[in-house]
Design a protein around this ligand. Structure first.
Ligand SMILES: *Cc1c(COP(=O)(O)O)cnc(C)c1O
Length: 362
């Protein structure tokens, strides 16, 4: 019998497990969102996020999940007579292309088979053959467990296409993987807080470049809820356009302090160690779904080479230990399964989980 009041410990790629102290932040007395206390909370949180994301540009806090910023990046920064190149390498990056189309924009897709990366060369070839206002890319594709070579892509973009805007879905990457927003020359990068920030879902963090913000001024029909101009105007006062989820921002403030205390280099190192550990297990017992050099340090998509019944195995681990990991996403269901190793966990948590999976697969 499941019981939502006694839910399993989560090793799915979002939402992830949330620590007690973080949950307590969500239970703090609320503040008026136009008052001095909120302004202090907002300003302090944004200042820390700028350090964590290595940017001096704009940080917006959106009371939505990251999908809202998929839409915002397109509606604010791509005009109706322009074309966006959407790179597609899995369920989430594919979906972003659909979102861009649903905003009535001209979309050209650069598609690779699931499990393959998007490379700088592929993007270069596309951009050389047409006129594009922007590209979209997933830093970390959560369906296939793949990290795209964003450093090389960013170098190439800065060198050859400095006028093309770069929008990055950093949802399952942000804080778990290195992200130096200004150095990379990105224009929009964002995440939901239920991934590596290890906060319950309900808020998204977005970094927006000054030039993206400038461009948005002249884009018509940006809509209301995700209008970057409104975000920027209110950000000057350390506020948001509409009433934000203040409890989430309290939790985010707490997590930013914790990340700063650990040090971002150490946070990334911890994620790499967790990735190495889960990959070693996956290779011994099964296989990796994507090529190892692109395998993600925030989650592993395991190729189900033994043909285990994934759903049954997940249920069995849940029944015995009240802990769950992830089935494959969409068309990869049962063909793969996914283990998240992001957020407030460490090697000991993963050792325990993998031993429990071992018990089930024999
Ligand atoms: C989880 C995820 C999303 C969707 O996030 P929501 O919080 O559901 O909006 C988008 N992109 C990637 C890469 C993700 O992992």
């Amino acid at each position: 019998m499941v019981d939502w009041k006694n839910p399993p410990r989560l090793f799915i790629p979002g939402p992830v497990k949330v620590n007690e102290e973080v949950l307590k932040q969500l239970a703090r007395p609320t503040l008026g969102h136009r008052g001095k206390e909120y302004t202090q909370l907002h300003g302090d949180t944004v200042d820390m996020l700028k350090k964590i994301l290595f940017t001096d540009q704009n940080i917006f806090l959106s009371t939505s999940s990251a999908s809202g910023i998929w839409e915002a990046s397109i509606r604010n920064c791509v005009d109706f007579d322009e074309t966006v190149l959407s790179t597609c390498c899995g369920a989430f990056s594919d979906k972003w292309a659909d979102v861009a189309k649903s905003c009535g924009r001209n979309v050209e897709e650069l598609k690779v088979d699931w499990g393959k990366p998007i490379t700088a060369e592929m993007i270069d070839e596309k951009l050389a053959g047409g006129k594009y206002a922007a590209i979209t890319i997933a830093y970390n594709e959560t369906s296939t467990g793949l990290t795209n070579p964003v450093d090389r892509i960013s170098e190439m973009m800065k060198e050859k296409y400095p006028d093309v805007l770069v929008f990055v879905d950093g949802v399952s990457a942000m804080v778990g993987l290195p992200l130096h927003f200004d150095d990379l020359g990105w224009d929009v990068a964002f995440a939901s807080v239920q991934k590596a920030f290890a906060i319950p879902p309900g808020l998204a963090v977005a970094a927006v470049s000054n030039r993206a913000l400038e461009k948005s001024k002249n884009i018509p029909d940006r809509g209301y809820y995700f209008d970057f101009q409104q975000f920027a105007k209110q950000a000057e006062k350390n506020q948001t356009p509409t009433t934000p989820s203040i409890p989430h921002i309290m939790a985010l403030n707490y997590q930013c302090n914790k990340l700063a205390a650990e040090g971002m280099e150490n946070v990334w190192k911890r994620h790499k160690e967790m990735g190495d550990f889960v990959r070693a297990w996956a290779k011994e017992k099964f296989g990796l779904f994507c090529e190892e050099q692109y395998a993600s340090n925030t989650l592993t998509t395991v190729n189900n080479t033994r043909g285990i019944n994934v759903a049954e195995t997940i249920s069995a681990v849940q029944a015995r230990h009240n802990t769950v990991f992830g089935n494959g996403y969409g068309k990869l269901k049962e063909q793969t399964f996914r283990i998240a190793h992001m957020g407030d966990i460490n090697l000991d948590d993963l050792k325990e989980l993998l031993a429990w999976i071992d018990d089930e697969i024999g």
